[in-house]
Each structure stands twice: as structure tokens, then as C-alpha cells.
Design a protein. Structure first.
Length: 337
């Protein structure tokens, strides 16, 4: 994404949150006085009651010492500011909505999920599902497995608060791009791994029912075997920073393997359906990383679909209408109530 597009994306997301916050403070339209002004030449049309809207809530899903971990919950087809807890004593309004957890890419480095809130809004509007865009501890302040612990903690938080937030705890999917794709896939393959579970709502499942992986790394040790603009084996690479040392060093072998989602793929357990998409001109995460994941899932007889996006790079020419239409249909099929 170039600088201008990034600025525009951030501005759009900022305006969306501001709009939702301001609108939520306004009285309902039917309770507000109607203007009677009618200057000559003015035209009039009726409003439509079924115009879709959305609400955006920021929630703290866990605390790590003094650090608050937050997620932004986008609720589609609701008046701005709606979608929060029902009134005290109110009866549940039927089954809650399915949820898509969105984990954005950042090479596991610091990021602000406000910048890609427009993607969460787009997912919510096209699927009709709630989308949770979350933050997690980045590698500069916490090494592996802190990141996957946080993602799984967020999923358990959503389950623990499903009735209050009007969610369906049995229909949770996850989408991640780049390093977020790595965490999405690791979430999908490592359910039940005790080292990845913290005390936050520990009695609930961290599992998901569908996984979408956009060009995520998988086997760190194999990355340097293919063309890349990164020196992945370098001691200061994103992968080495994440692990806490050079990924090829023997003393770090166990940590690297533990963060490889392929390590948890087998024929002995049932995994959720996977949708993998990767550009064939990716200069940061080699295309082969998705090939390795696809082959492992396929060999284990796990449900997986793999798309090569011809001409796409890392984020470049990737988030196209054709790609996203496949994603919308995948989540709709796998998560519908």
C-alpha cells in the first residue's frame, strides 16, 4: 500500500469511528423536531428505513500488567452506536451474529488497527457478520508465544461475552494478512495447545470455525530458500525478533517449531476449513510458504482451498473485488447461523 493510500485508509477509518461516536449521542430521528423550511427550488425525497449502517465499539479484552489489549467491534446493519449490551432485564433478541476476527499484518511490530478499520467495516457490510479487529502484544515488547496467546484470549473474550454483545459463540471465523495470516492459521491449527492459553476465560474454547489466510508465513526456516526482499535468517529480521533470536540458531529450534502452524496439522484431529490466498509476486513472504501449508493440510485430509492471485504482490493489487468476493462467500457458507 503506498503512502497516499495508507493516509486515505486511515482518514476513512478515523471518520467512521468519529461518525459512529457522534451519531450514537444523538436522539432517535423520530424524536427530533422536523424542519419546515422550504426554499424555492428545493427538491424533496423520502428517506429509506432499510439503509444499512454499522456501529463501532472499542473494548478491552485483556490486560497484561499495565497494558490494555483492545479490539474494535464492528456491528453491521445497525444504527450507529447500536449493538452494545441490551437494556437490563431485556430478553435476548434471538441468536447472535457470527463473528469474524480480523488480525492485520505488521511483521508482528507495532500497529494501530484504526488504519485498517475500513477493511473490517467492508467485511461486516458484505457478510452481515460482526467483525472484531484486534490488537495484540507486538514482538518489540513480548516474544512468542505472546501474540498467539492474545489472539486466543480475544476469541475467548468474545465467547464469554457473546450474549451481552449479541454474538454467536459457535460461529467464529478468523482472517489475517501477512503476520496476521500466520496468527490466524496458528489459531486454526493449534486449538488445545496449553502453552498458548492464558488465564483469561481459560475454561472456554479458543477454537474457530473457519480460517482465511492472506499470504501468511508458516515455516520460518524455509523462507530464505526463495527470493525475498527480506533477509529472514538475519538476527534482526521480523521472524528472529518475534522468536527472540536468530531463527536458524540451534538453541531456538524448539521455539521456531512451536510457532510453525504446520507443526500442529495431522490426520488425527478435525480442523476448521481453510481458505489460503497468496500473490505470485510477493516480495516479502515467499509464495512457497502458502504452498507448504496447503500441502500439509491436503496430505492430512483437512478441508482447504488455495488460490494463487496472479500478478499480486504483498498487499499490492491483492485486496481486489474478486478476491474479497471469494472471502465473503467462504465466510457466509462456513459461518451462517
Amino acid at each position: 500500500m503506498n503512502k497516499n493510500n495508507a493516509i486515505a485508509s486511515t482518514l476513512l477509518a478515523s471518520l467512521a469511528v468519529l461518525w459512529a461516536a457522534q451519531a450514537s449521542a444523538q436522539p432517535p430521528a423520530q424524536d427530533f423536531p422536523t424542519s419546515t423550511e422550504a426554499p424555492a427550488g428545493m427538491l424533496t425525497i423520502d428517506s429509506e428505513n432499510d439503509v444499512p449502517g454499522f456501529s463501532v465499539q472499542e473494548l478491552v479484552y485483556a490486560k497484561r500488567d499495565a497494558l490494555e489489549l483492545k479490539l474494535k467491534l464492528v456491528n453491521p446493519n445497525a444504527a450507529p452506536g447500536a449493538g452494545g449490551p441490551p437494556a437490563p432485564g431485556a430478553a435476548p433478541a434471538g441468536p447472535g451474529k457470527p463473528v469474524i476476527v480480523y488480525v492485520q499484518g505488521s511483521a508482528w511490530f507495532p500497529f494501530d488497527n484504526l488504519g485498517t478499520l475500513n477493511r473490517a467495516i467492508d467485511l461486516a457490510e458484505h457478510t452481515g457478520f460482526v467483525v472484531a479487529s484486534l490488537q495484540y502484544r507486538y514482538s518489540s515488547i513480548a516474544k512468542a508465544p505472546a501474540q498467539i496467546q492474545d489472539v486466543k484470549s480475544a476469541i475467548r473474550y468474545l465467547r464469554a461475552n457473546a450474549q451481552r454483545l449479541r454474538l454467536n459463540p459457535d460461529k467464529i471465523g478468523i482472517l489475517g494478512d501477512s503476520s496476521g495470516g500466520h496468527l490466524a492459521v496458528l489459531t486454526g491449527t493449534s486449538d488445545g495447545v496449553k502453552e498458548f492459553v492464558t488465564d483469561d476465560n481459560a475454561g472456554l474454547s479458543s477454537g474457530v470455525q473457519a480460517v482465511v489466510d492472506f499470504f501468511g508465513p508458516t515455516d520460518f526456516k524455509q523462507m530464505s530458500k526463495f527470493p525475498s526482499s527480506f533477509k529472514h535468517d538475519d538476527a534482526n529480521s521480523p521472524e528472529s525478533t518475534l522468536i527472540g533470536g536468530p531463527i536458524q540458531a540451534p538453541e531456538n529450534a524448539a521455539k521456531v517449531e512451536a510457532y510453525n502452524p504446520i507443526h500442529y496439522v495431522s490426520k488425527d484431529k478435525k480442523l476448521p476449513p481453510f481458505l489460503i490466498m497468496h500473490g505470485d509476486k510477493d516480495a516479502l513472504v515467499p509464495f512457497n510458504q502458502s504452498v507448504l501449508l496447503y500441502q500439509a493440510l491436503k496430505d492430512a485430509n483437512q478441508p482447504v482451498t488455495f488460490y494463487k492471485v496472479k500478478g499480486a504482490g504483498h498487499e499490492i493489487r491483492f485486496w481486489t473485488p474478486a478476491v474479497m468476493d471469494i472471502v465473503y462467500k467462504f465466510f457466509t457458507r462456513e459461518l451462517k447461523n
